[in-house]
Design a protein around this ligand. Structure first.
Ligand code: NDP
Length: 274
């Protein structure tokens, strides 16, 4: 296992520390994603719903990096569930990105009320067979959703991208992922910034001479998560990437484990969203 990448259950390698671009305007994406690529990030997490796939694609082309050097993730939005609809949505994402393949394609939310996520998953399986999505996965899926797609298609997602940060640690779901060979990717890994004022995080940061965000990202990496922090600020973009030269100790891990809260979720509930 390398320090910088994680090997997925299909053999592909995903960078452990990537860059999220939710709420980055399409027009600003070339500059902001360009700053991330210049800082050393080699994985970009976008989605059809973010409205910035075109700007992300442009940033990658303008970076001078080869296509193979950058791991690109995008996601299928909730109104495109269903087999044919998902295939068309994927083509539209590729066209906006200006790419001939993505490295990871995710079903963004399960949308249980529509009950079409199994057929949607079958479309992603086809895209992987065609090589246009090198790896396929899901996002915001519960244990029950994961068990169902695996039972009905025989294909286990490479990744489940879920809300995950010290105030919402999802221990049961992470345990299930570990047993099933599904990589855990943390969205809102910094709790959207809110938990960076937490006294326990601030104290750990002071002890190590690092920032609260760096402590939280180090915690994720130590637990084996893939993380995709977002920042639109060049200094914070660099700060968030600079987490490989210090280690948390047992005391830090115990203190951060105690920050988990039953009401710690900040995003929508996947059972009812969509
Ligand atoms: P994050 O936890 O990454 O936090 C981002 C917020 O924290 C921004 O307000 C940012 O402000 C601030 N911030 C970033 N770095 C620092 C720092 N070093 N110090 C202080 N503040 C900081 O939240 P996101 O919700 O953006 O999640 C990350 C990514 O996860 C998204 O961009 C998206 O790619 C993905 N995501 C996926 C979802 C899904 O359903 N699959 C749902 C939500 C997110 P500033 O920009 O001003 O630096």
């Amino acid at each position: 296992m390398s320090e910088t990448t994680l090997t997925l259950n299909d053999g592909a390698a995903i960078p452990r520390l990537g860059f999220g671009v939710w709420r980055v305007e399409d027009a600003q994406a070339p500059d902001i994603v360009g700053a991330a690529l210049a800082a050393g990030y080699r994985s970009i997490d976008t989605a059809a719903a973010y409205g910035n796939e075109a700007g992300v694609g442009r940033a990658i082309r303008e970076s001078g990096l080869s296509r193979d050097a950058v791991f690109v993730t995008t996601k299928l939005w909730n109104d495109r569930h269903g087999y044919d609809s998902a295939l068309r949505a994927f083509d539209e994402s590729l066209a906006r990105l200006g790419l001939d393949h993505v490295d990871l394609y995710l079903v963004h939310w399960p949308v249980p009320a529509r009950d079409a996520y199994v057929e949607t998953w079958r479309a992603l399986i086809r895209l992987r067979e065609e090589g246009r999505a090198r790896s396929i996965g899901v996002s915001n899926f519960s244990v029950a959703h994961l068990e169902r797609i695996v039972a009905e298609t025989g294909v286990t997602p490479a990744v489940n991208q879920i809300e995950l940060h010290p105030r919402f640690q999802q221990a049961d779901l992470r345990r299930f992922h570990a047993g099933a060979g599904i990589a855990t990717e943390a969205w809102s890994p910094l709790g959207r910034g809110a938990l960076l004022d937490d006294p326990a995080i601030v104290a750990a940061a002071r002890k190590h001479g690092r920032t609260p965000a760096q402590v939280v990202l180090r915690w994720h990496l130590d637990l084996g998560h893939v993380v995709i922090p977002k920042s639109a600020n060049p200094e914070r973009i660099r700060e968030n990437f600079s987490v490989s030269d210090f280690a948390l100790d047992e005391q830090d891990l115990t203190t951060i484990a105690a920050l988990d809260r039953p009401d710690g979720r900040i995003g929508p509930d996947p059972e009812t969203f969509g």
